[in-house]
Design a protein around this ligand. Structure first.
Ligand code: 17E
Ligand code: FE2
Length: 444
């Protein structure tokens, strides 16, 4: 396979200077990336993709989703209050009826949606507060079945607590023994501050013992006194786990005072941990106990990025008790995230794209093999846009999704024909090319 004349996404929101050709070797790896030469004849054999200046990016990375709960919204009842807490109660009821087939079918369906939209690396949380560990066994099976196309990391996530849930620690250990890739926690849900701290100690112990990563749902509450992220960061720093540890949600940070925030920025930067904000869930679930002014619960995305902390955006839910909507589209996550975090400056919009690509890859710990470079797996998406910012603005679907050198998804361009007063019907062009002969605005 060869992709000709593409703009190459190089990470951190940046695009390479000229157009390139990307050649894929037989084994599904990137063989060469060379400057585009329009005089050169394309090879006679193999798949040829003419990019015409479209953006070639490594695939989207989903750093935080719940595939075990996906597609259960309304079962057995709807989350009427819209709180995290009622969501957990609804799920607890639904959990009693889980079968392996049920979980595998729903998870697979969402993975198909993700692959179609260019997501080829996924970290899913999986509730392990279940005596049968039904969802965990289902997801490890699914992980094996999709291995040739996508990589799936499974977090052993104790949704109803580790210390405060009967048998919680035993179940967490058993989940690790049965093949979870990452150890989770939910300290703000434990009965006491001390239980929350103990749950984080346990997660780091287990991770160290088994060579795993840590990703905790951490401070997902509007309580400014919920301060478990400092514990997580200190443990990451002192254990040496550092960037192998992630704090997800950290919505309480949206309520921290300035003095404490300053202290925390320094600690988080030194610790090397990642943060994952989940704009759909955070905007939906937080602030539910406020009247006005009503908090919206996003963590300190802009401030933590400025402090040098890696922050990524996750989708979190797809049609479950915590979010009735969602298709798993990472560019939707990026768009909603950039508004929630006010990352709307010209140099900030490309950062939002990085937060669903290379910054998310860093969360999964796959940065080395991630990126369209010789020797790496030929995994990429071809986006019909000249820049990351344009891809986000126009919410484009990848024209091609390529995994290990094989096209796994293809979406044809579908222009909209508009009949406009005084003109012949014509396709609408949502790019900002001027209709009056002046140069198009370069855009961010
Ligand atoms: N469980 C939880 O504790 N928090 C969430 N945001 C979701 C599930 C989706
Ligand atoms: Fe979550």
């Amino acid at each position: 396979m060869i992709v000709r004349g593409a703009r190459l996404y190089e990470g951190d929101g940046r695009v390479g200077p000229g157009l390139v050709d990307v050649e894929v070797a037989e084994g599904g790896h990137v063989a060469r990336v060379v400057p585009y030469d329009d005089q050169k004849e394309p090879p006679a054999t193999g798949t040829l993709i003419e990019a015409h200046g479209a953006l070639l990016s490594p695939p989207f990375v989903e750093p935080h989703i719940h595939l075990d709960t996906a597609l259960t919204a309304g079962e057995p009842r709807w989350n009427a209050s819209g709180t995290l807490w009622e969501g957990i109660a609804c799920w607890s009821e639904r959990k009693r009826t889980l079968t392996r087939r049920d979980v595998a079918d729903r998870a697979t369906e969402v993975l198909r949606w993700q692959a179609a939209q260019g997501v080829l690396h996924v970290r899913t949380h999986c509730d392990v507060t279940d005596e049968g560990l039904v969802a965990l066994d289902a997801l490890t099976e699914v992980r094996d079945r999709v291995r040739d196309v996508m990589t799936l990391q499974i977090v052993a996530f104790p949704q109803e607590g580790v210390i405060s849930y009967p048998g919680g620690e035993r179940l967490l250990r058993e989940a690790v023994a049965r093949g979870a890739d990452v150890v989770g926690a939910i300290p703000h849900f434990e009965d006491t501050r001390e239980d929350g701290v103990a749950s984080l100690h346990l997660a780091f112990e287990l991770a160290a013992e088994h060579g795993l990563r840590v990703d905790a749902h951490c401070d997902e509450i509007d309580d400014e006194q919920s301060r478990f992220v400092e514990v997580l960061a200190a443990l990451a720093l002192r254990s040496g786990l550092r960037d192998r540890a992630t704090a997800s949600h950290t919505t309480a940070m949206g309520s921290y005072n300035g003095a404490y925030s300053y202290k925390l920025q320094r600690l988080l930067a030194r610790s090397g941990i990642n943060l994952v904000a989940n704009p759909f869930a955070n905007l939906n679930l937080q602030g539910r106990f406020d009247d006005y002014p009503k908090r919206r619960g996003m963590t300190q995305v802009k401030e933590m990025l400025a402090a040098g902390v890696n922050v990524a955006f996750g989708h979190d839910d797809v049609m479950d008790p915590w979010n009735a909507l969602g298709t798993g589209n990472p560019l939707q996550t990026a768009l909603v995230g950039l508004y929630a975090a006010q990352l709307t400056g010209a140099d900030e919009i490309p950062t939002a794209f990085a937060m669903v690509t290379d910054r998310a890859a860093a969360v999964l710990g796959i940065s080395e093999e991630y990126g369209v470079r010789p020797g790496n797996p030929a995994d990429f998406v071809l986006l019909p846009a000249p820049s990351p910012a344009e891809a986000v603005r126009r919410q484009v679907r990848p024209r091609y999704v390529v995994s290990r050198g094989r096209v796994v998804a293809q979406t044809p361009a579908t222009p909209t024909r508009l009949t406009w007063p005084g003109q012949e019907p014509a396709d609408v062009d949502f790019t900002r090319a001027s209709r009056h002969g002046t140069a198009p605005h370069p855009g961010p």
